[in-house]
Ligand binder design. Structure first.
Ligand code: TYD
Length: 207
């Protein structure tokens, strides 16, 4: 049984997930929640090494990649997320199963139903109450990264077609589960996005 609040952020690279998840974490903590802010890959003790292999290592075969993301997820959910939810905390997480469905299940692409099955197994069926999808045009994300002087990681270096497939899969996932997803245009101003997210989350907050 989990009693806390689990909220995830999704979107292409450079969509501004971290900015928005940090703002929401602050908002929830002002409302009296213990907030655990985590991310995949990398939220757990095992996660940092997996993250390093995935983002900064050499070539990783698609199936190995899918398994590594799922392994990182299994560890993060069991070690960090479930215990927090059991304490009644709010868990705000950058990326979750939808990332694997979009990147491995559509970007690569590997069979979508197998990726779903693998990840539901890894996370023992845990789904968030709300998933905020920050929808971004992949070419805008490339521009943002160049402007910030950031170097692209292994996934970010994928071809434009890969990122287009990721984006349309995200939108497809959101269409299939409108009650879980909140889709927002990532190009909107930071404050406007935050207000829309708060509006969606507020009814779920207990005090
Ligand atoms: P990260 O630096 O966290 O990206 P961002 O700041 O854009 O969230 O890197 C995560 C990368 O890993 C990102 O390119 C998406 C990819 N990824 C997958 O391919 N599958 C997954 O299941 C997850 C969680 C991430």
């Amino acid at each position: 049984m989990t009693t806390g609040l689990f909220i995830t952020f999704e979107g292409g690279d450079g969509a501004g997930k971290t900015t928005q998840s940090e703002l929401l974490a602050k908002w929830l903590s002002k409302r009296g929640y213990e907030v655990v802010h985590t991310r995949e890959p990398g939220g757990s003790s095992l996660g940092d090494s997996v993250r390093n292999v995935l983002l900064h290592g050499g070539h990783v075969m698609p199936r190995a990649e899918a398994l590594l993301y799922a392994a990182d997820r299994a560890q993060n959910i069991a070690e960090v997320v479930r215990p927090a939810l059991e304490r009644g905390a709010a868990v705000v997480q950058d990326r979750y199963i939808d990332s694997s469905l979009a990147y491995q299940g559509a970007g690569r692409p590997l069979p979508q139903d197998e990726i779903r099955h693998l990840n539901v197994w890894a996370a023992q069926g845990l789904w968030p109450a709300v998933t905020v999808l920050l929808d971004v045009d992949p070419s805008l994300a490339v521009e943002r990264r160049a402007k910030d002087g950031q170097k692209a990681d292994r996934l970010e270096r994928e071809a434009a077609e890969f990122h287009k497939r990721v984006r349309s899969e995200y939108l497809e996932l959101a269409r299939a589960e409108p009650e879980r997803f909140l889709v927002l245009d990532a190009a909107l101003p930071i404050e406007e996005l935050h207000a829309a997210i708060v509006e969606r989350v507020a009814p779920l907050v207990s005090n």
